[in-house]
Design a protein around this ligand. Structure first.
Ligand SMILES: Nc1ncnc2c1ncn2[C@@H]1O[C@H](COP(=O)(O)OP(=O)(O)OP(=O)(O)O)[C@@H](O)[C@H]1O
Ligand SMILES: [Mg+2]
Length: 266
């Protein structure tokens, strides 16, 4: 199967500073597969995701390498081309939902404008599509949500709205940066089911998480990042049952320690 998203030699640094924040990353997100990324805080996971959807300010960050979506390099596309692709063929669920929305726009406006920017649907059709996407995320009283400003919703609700927006146009690649971290177990399960459904219809997903439980549940392959580099990659089975680096072993162990602590508290 053709690779959907191919990343080669991705380097990210601050303009005017030689120290790389992300170094020599190469990996593929394949259609119909979920690639998990794990790594300690500050290891460069979010920067990598943002570089893929061209969200890094060029005045602040220098990005080099190639990021090809179905063979076309996002980094060298014109702004017009990349605007057509991003949000439609590739979309991202942000780590912090509060900063992802324009506080002056109601949820319905966000949704309708996103759909209208990428499809020929009328406003009414866009509203209907958006409403059903929200319902699929287990959100109740959808009309009320559509008529709300972002700050009036809880973080968990906003996260589900953002996931609905990312999924509603059925892109070929979805990037999820800690998408389930702020959610309770029930809503986390709903989102993970959605991810699996997306994978089963041939979408490729890049799932960034601190939670090895999420990785175990949905990932096919895993990248382990440390200090801006990939230090290990393999199938989910290899990473769990035969980790090659001490760092991965430590990450796995710290997870089990947390679980033990939680068990003690129960
Ligand atoms: N705007 C910025 N200016 C300067 N340095 C930055 C900026 N954004 C990120 N960095 C640095 O880049 C590195 C990688 O950050 P990034 O946000 O990608 O980490 P992360 O792996 O997503 O961490 P977390 O798990 O906490 O979300 C960190 O050392 C961070 O300090
Ligand atoms: Mg991050």
């Amino acid at each position: 199967m053709k690779n959907s998203l191919e990343i080669k030699d991705l380097n990210i640094s601050l303009v005017g500073n030689k120290n790389p924040l992300v170094q020599n990353l190469s990996f593929d997100v394949r259609k119909g597969k979920i690639l998990g990324i794990v790594g300690e805080s500050g290891s460069g996971k979010t920067l990598t995701c943002k570089a893929i959807i061209k969200l890094l300010n060029e005045k602040v960050f220098k990005v080099s390498g190639s990021i090809k979506l179905d063979g076309n390099n996002i980094l060298t596309m014109s702004e017009k081309q990349s605007r057509a692709v991003i949000g439609k063929d590739i979309s991202m669920i942000m780590q912090n939902p509060m900063t992802a929305f324009n506080p002056m726009m109601k949820i319905g406006q966000h949704i309708v404008e996103t759909i209208k920017a990428h499809t020929e649907l009328t406003k009414k059709q866009a509203y209907a599509l958006g409403s059903s996407a929200l319902e699929e995320m287990n959100l109740q009283r959808v009309a009320e949500i559509m008529n709300s400003y972002p700050h009036t919703l809880s973080g968990g609700m906003l996260q589900r709205v953002m996931i609905a927006i990312a999924l509603m146009l059925e892109p070929s690649i979805i990037i999820a940066d800690e998408a389930t971290t702020a959610l309770d177990v029930k809503n986390q399960a709903i989102i993970l089911e959605q991810f699996q459904r997306m994978r089963d219809i041939g979408i490729g997903l890049l799932v960034v998480t601190h939670d090895f439980g999420v990785i175990a549940q949905v990932a096919d392959d895993v990248l382990v990042m440390k200090a801006g580099e990939i230090i290990e990659q393999g199938s989910v089975y290899q990473i769990f049952y035969n980790p090659k680096t001490e760092y991965t072993k430590e990450l796995l162990q710290s997870r089990f320690l947390v679980d033990e602590e939680q068990l003690c508290l129960v």
